[in-house]
Design a protein around this ligand. Sequence first.
Ligand code: FES
Length: 122
Amino acid sequence: MAIANQHSGPTHTKEWELLCRVSELKNGEPTRIEIGDLKLSASKIDESVYVVSDMCTHANYSLSDGPLHLENLRIECWKHGAQFCLSTGAALNLPATRPLDTFPTEIRGEDVYIHLSKKGQQ
Ligand code: FES
C-alpha cells in the first residue's frame, strides 16, 4: 500500500507533520508514504509506528515491498535480503552496509505525526 501525502512538503523540516491516519496503516505491514520528495516506509507494530527511509541503501529498491520481522523489529529488502533495524536504521547484514534514516513518530488520536528531523538531529 502507498500513500501520497500532498498537504506538506520537505520545507517544514523542523516541525511535526501529519503523516497519515492510524487507520491507513495495517498492523505488521510496511506502507510507503511520500511527503514531497521524501519517500518513507511506515510500519505499525501494535501501538507504535516506525518510520524509516523507504529506499534500500544497497540498490534503491523500495523496502515497503518487503516483509517485516515483528519478533525483532526488522524490515527486510525483498530484492537481496538485507535487513535493517526499524528503531535505529542500522544495516544488519550484507549486502547493505549503510543505515537507513529513521524518524520519530507520535500517535495523536487517530493521526500519526512524524518529526522530519532525523533521529539524533533534533
Ligand atoms: S537492493 Fe536491497 S539488499 Fe539489494
